[in-house]
Design a protein around this ligand. Structure first.
Ligand SMILES: *[C@@H]1O[C@H](CO)[C@@H](O)[C@H](O)[C@H]1NC(C)=O
Ligand SMILES: *[C@@H]1O[C@H](CO)[C@@H](O)[C@H](O)[C@H]1NC(C)=O
Ligand SMILES: *[C@@H]1O[C@H](CO)[C@@H](O)[C@H](O)[C@H]1NC(C)=O
Ligand SMILES: *[C@@H]1O[C@H](CO)[C@@H](O)[C@H](O)[C@H]1NC(C)=O
Ligand SMILES: *[C@@H]1O[C@H](CO)[C@@H](O)[C@H](O)[C@H]1NC(C)=O
Length: 509
């Protein structure tokens, strides 16, 4: 099939809200007249303060209409008209997803904050981090090295077999979820891609991914596969599996990463419920590294997974947190011929968290963060010029020592409860498909994560402590913070997805 599609370099955006919004922001924000909403959004992106939030709130209407209102905003070179992405998005009900984080990449804060983890199959299960000093086993890599030296690598296998099981998929579906995002460390796929790699433990490796895809399918769930830890690391953060303060972008091994993605694409090409493949999670890599990597990776994936069936996901990320959207990454991807504009069915993934706000926002107020800021950030999901889903979100708020964290901590348990309920409602509304943006819709998202970290009994550097339940979808439901009917949607697998358009059209969303 033809991989490259011709796109006029400045073709009409077909009244796409996202595109017109973007043009407004970048091109016309300084002009006279209707600039109100756009101008304030631009100011917010440059320097997000309390005042900027309120100005956006006052200047913009609820679904960003003010951004889209004007008819001379119809052509933006960075607005990508991607018919395959639109067709893909139309075929599936909105993603009401949950991440299976911590499983095939054991992030210390998620699974090692205590001696045990909570599981569905077996209740409390010993954490593989149990008994390691937090200061040495800071990540899966250092943990693995320590366990190998003690002859206890099997602890990792035991953990993987218990942390996520078939019963979890059934429970996920019973709790309204229609999709799982599955973060994978490269060593699960192939530990030998790096010649000198003696660190990570593959164990049963891809058998776990096979299980996940099959179990998900049996429960009516789709799967978004995602490379969470890339060979050489896409950053020095423990979320890659290796916390390394000496990491530099030159450590990232693009060719090995492409091979991992190729293997995944080939292996799951026939799995109808694998609907998207994410290239790399939260890369702290320069654009001139990312662009050629993305291009090669997309070509490799498309040898096996056609654009008509599987979306390729690019995670827009910035260490500056909510300002991911303000980096020029999206602009580069959309405008340059390669990779994004030149390829079909590319969607963007934004991670929208409130736990890691810049100081000036963490020191506003609880109502501002859980209300107005959520509204402002969800407006931003419409300005990338492509379909967007929020691959990670949670109910975690800024911590102690911030004005917002202290205000929350001072509330009674039932007032905290009510605050988190409102916070959840607002976030869900913000990332859900809006009626009028159905050409490049918001695609929904995935909560981070299914199993919450349990309360820490362990103190020390690298150890989490305090209440962590707001990171867990399951426990957020159990405690009434998320109402099941809010985050529930039709099954993806029941919406059989390849055979014919007619079949797709008979589905109700
Ligand atoms: C999710 O909650 C249900 C209901 O309380 C419980 O049975 C199950 O073990 C929990 N699973 C996880 C992973 O927390
Ligand atoms: C953690 O390790 C200690 C020491 O080996 C052991 O006594 C304890 O039972 C373990 N905790 C769990 C939850 O298995
Ligand atoms: C990247 O990985 C490949 C194996 O897939 C290896 O041949 C190559 O040497 C690695 N490159 C670097 C810079 O480590
Ligand atoms: C939180 O809300 C849920 C659902 O409304 C309720 O069942 C639970 O008792 C509340 N907890 C507290 C501490 O108020
Ligand atoms: C862990 O499981 C215990 C026992 O079922 C439960 O009381 C607790 O709320 C769970 N914690 C989290 C964070 O899921």
């Amino acid at each position: 099939m033809a991989l490259l599609k011709a796109h006029p370099s400045s073709g009409p955006c077909l009244a796409v809200l996202a595109c017109t919004s973007l043009l407004t922001l970048i091109g016309l924000a300084g002009r006279q007249g209707r600039a109100g909403c756009a101008e304030h959004v631009r100011k917010f992106l440059e320097w997000p303060t309390l005042r900027a939030i309120h100005e956006v709130r006052a200047a913009c209407t609820d679904d960003g209409d003010a951004l889209a209102a004007s008819s001379d905003l119809r052509s933006a070179p960075w607005c990508v008209n991607d018919p395959d992405a639109r067709a893909w998005a139309a075929r599936y009900a909105e993603l009401r997803g949950v991440n299976l984080g911590g499983w095939l990449l054991m992030e210390r804060w998620l699974v090692g904050g205590n001696a045990y983890v909570n599981t569905t199959c077996c209740g409390r299960v010993e954490s593989p981090y149990n008994g390691t000093a937090c200061s040495t086993a800071t990540s899966e890599l250092t943990l693995t090295i320590e366990l190998r030296a003690r002859g206890e690598l099997s602890k990792i296998d035991v953990f993987r077999d218990a942390y996520v099981t078939q019963g979890d998929f059934a429970l996920l579906r019973a709790r309204g979820v229609n999709s799982v995002r599955l973060p994978i460390g490269y060593w699960i796929v192939d530990p030998a891609v790096l010649p000198r790699d003696v660190g990570f433990h593959q164990g049963a490796g891809l058998r776990h991914v096979d299980d996940a895809v099959r179990w998900a399918g049996a429960s009516g769930l789709s799967v978004v596969l995602e490379l969470h830890g890339a060979p050489g690391g896409q950053s020095g953060a423990q979320t890659t599996g290796s916390q390394d303060h000496a990491w530099t972008p030159s450590s990232f091994n693009a060719s090995a990463s492409v091979e991992i993605l190729r293997t995944l694409a080939q292996r799951y090409a026939a799995a109808q419920n694998v609907i998207a493949l994410g290239l790399v999670n939260e890369p702290e890599l320069p654009v001139d590294t990312l662009l050629p990597f993305y291009e090669k990776a997309i070509r490799a994936i498309r040898e096996h997974m056609p654009a008509s069936r599987v979306a390729v996901v690019i995670n827009l990320f910035s260490e500056r947190g909510l300002l991911a959207i303000a980096t020029d990454a999206w602009r580069v991807f959309n405008v340059q011929l390669t990779p994004a504009r030149g390829f079909a069915n590319i969607i963007f993934d934004l991670h929208i968290y409130y736990a890691f706000l810049p100081q000036q926002l963490a020191d506003t107020s609880l109502a501002t963060v859980t209300g107005t800021l959520v509204w402002v950030q969800s407006l931003l999901t419409q300005v990338t010029g492509r379909p967007v889903f929020v691959g990670e979100w949670s109910l975690r708020l800024p911590g102690w020592g911030t004005a917002v964290g202290d205000e929350f901590g001072a509330l009674t348990p039932s007032a905290q409860n009510a605050t988190l309920q409102r916070f959840a409602t607002n976030q869900i509304r913000g990332i859900s498909r809006a009626a009028r943006s159905d050409v490049q819709p918001r695609l929904g998202g995935a909560f981070w994560s299914w199993n919450a970290p349990v309360l820490s009994a362990v103190r020390g550097p690298g150890c989490v402590s305090g209440e962590q339940a707001q990171w867990g979808y399951n426990v957020s439901l159990n405690r009434g913070w998320i109402v099941p009917s809010q985050w529930s949607a039709p099954s993806h697998v029941a919406e059989r997805d390849t055979d014919s358009d007619t079949e797709a059209e008979t589905e109700t969303h």
